[in-house]
Every structure is written in C-alpha cells, then in structure tokens.
Design a protein around this ligand. Structure first.
Ligand code: UDP
Length: 239
C-alpha cells in the first residue's frame, strides 16, 4: 500500500511522448519545466528522486524495424534519443538550482556519467537528482522495463509512471466514453487483461519483486508531487 508521509526514494518514469508535449517535433520546454519544478518540490520535501526518460518522441526501434531497418540498430537509435530528453531535463533542473547527474547505459563521457548503481545511490543520498538515459543499453527492451530495473537496483520504493491519461482504464478512454478507471490493480490482472500499464517484461519484473507502480497524468497540476507524496492518485498497481 501507500506509505504515510510519502516515499523516501522514487523512480519517476517520463515517456518520450510527454516530452514532445504540444510540439510536432522534439521537446516542449513547457513540459520539461513543469517536470523540473515538480522534481525540485519533491527534493525540497526530502524525497530522493531518480528519473528514467523515454524516447518515443524521437525514435521507437520497433516502428523503424517495421519499415525495414535492422531492429538492433533502430533500437540503439531509440536509446540515443532518450539521452537527448535527459539532457533537456538536466538543464531545466539545474536552472532551478538542483544538483543533477545524468547516467547513461551507453557510455558517452562528454555528456553523462556511465551508469554506476552505487554512485547513483550516493548522488541520491546527497540530494542530487539522477537521470537515467539510454534505457538498459540493450535492444529489445523498453524504457519502462528500464524504469523497473533501475528502481529495483537503486532501492526505490515505487515506480511513478507519468503518462498522458489519468490512470489505467478497462478500455481506451480517448476512444470509449464508457471506459472505467481502476483505482487499484494487481500485477496478474494487468497481465491477464492485457491492460496498457507497461509492457509485460516491465510488469513481470515489478511483480516478481513486489515493486508498486503508480500510473498518473504527468501534466495535471500538482500531480507529480502528489504521486511522490504517496497520495491517492491515478492507478496503483501493487501486490
Ligand atoms: N530502447 C531499447 N532498449 C532499452 C530502452 C529503450 O532498445 O532498454 C529503445 C527502443 O527502440 C524504444 C526506444 O528506445 O522504442 C525509446 O524508448 P521507449 O519506446 O521505451 O520510450 P517511451 O515509450 O517511454 O517514450
């Protein structure tokens, strides 16, 4: 269940789609600013915040592969795209005075530290925001699976998945007005019903390790901080 007084260490997953916001291409600064402000508020309340950035606003490997590209190579393009989002978020966080580190699963020393879990934990303990880029560094995985894996490895208490909808529904609420929102689900229900929370690999990883997932509308005013505080918001997927 949800802790009173909020989570101590969280992993915030921001989808690439969110970064795009209202822009036809690339990154919407207003979105990045919104996320950075919420992170700053969370850090000021004493919560340790790590972030995994998605990259769907740049490239999705599977989509490029459908159009004839090699899947492995197109997945690497996807991973590199996530790093662009990370650097944007780092910039907005630093403008707000936050100490921030980007760690990438594909080494690129000029722009980021390599992913070193123990160092990431030290950063968090010092109140720094750690932003993970390049997914897991491996094709055929998603940044959602990366979010679950990183959360587990750094000992985060929950994955907070910010999306474009305000929770998990039994049908697509944008197409079906009768769609019903779930307040709570367990992992088995998500997998059995094929609900669009995260991909099956990510859900399985959370299930096997009892890691809670909070799915919520990233852009709603005050939503990120409510999720960080462990308030009731969106849909909670937990044991
Ligand atoms: N990707 C990958 N391995 C990973 C994470 C991501 O190959 O561990 C690639 C994959 O091609 C994916 C793309 O990076 O489509 C962007 O990530 P994702 O689709 O998860 O981003 P989001 O849906 O959150 O925007």
């Amino acid at each position: 269940g949800l802790p009173r007084g909020g989570w101590k260490r969280v992993l915030l997953k921001v989808s690439g789609e969110a970064f795009a916001g209202a822009e036809p291409l690339g990154i919407d600064p207003a979105v990045v600013q919104h996320i950075a402000k919420a992170i700053a508020e969370a850090v000021s309340e004493g919560t340790q915040v790590a972030v995994v950035c998605g990259g769907g606003n740049m490239f999705r490997g599977a989509q490029l592969a459908e159009r004839g590209m090699d899947r492995g190579r197109s997945d690497y393009m996807g991973m590199l795209g996530t790093v662009i989002n990370c650097l944007a978020l780092q910039d907005f966080c630093e403008k707000l005075g936050l100490d921030t580190r980007v760690q990438t699963a594909i080494t690129m020393g000029q722009v980021a530290e390599p992913y070193i879990p123990r160092r990431a934990i030290r950063h968090l303990e010092k109140g720094r925001v750690v932003i993970f880029g390049a997914g897991l560094g491996q094709p055929f995985f998603s940044t959602d699976t990366c979010a679950a894996q990183r959360a587990l490895e750094i000992g985060a208490q929950a994955v907070l998945k910010g999306t474009q909808v305000d929770g998990v529904y039994d049908a697509d609420p944008r197409k079906n007005p009768d769609a019903v929102k779930f307040d709570r689900l367990d992992y088995g229900e998500v997998l059995q019903r094929g609900l669009k929370v995260m991909d099956a690999t990510a859900i399985s990883l959370c299930m096997d390790n009892n890691l809670p997932i909070v799915v919520f509308d990233l852009m709603g005013q005050g939503n990120i901080i409510r999720a960080v505080r462990g308030e009731k918001i969106g849909t909670l997927v937990s044991p």
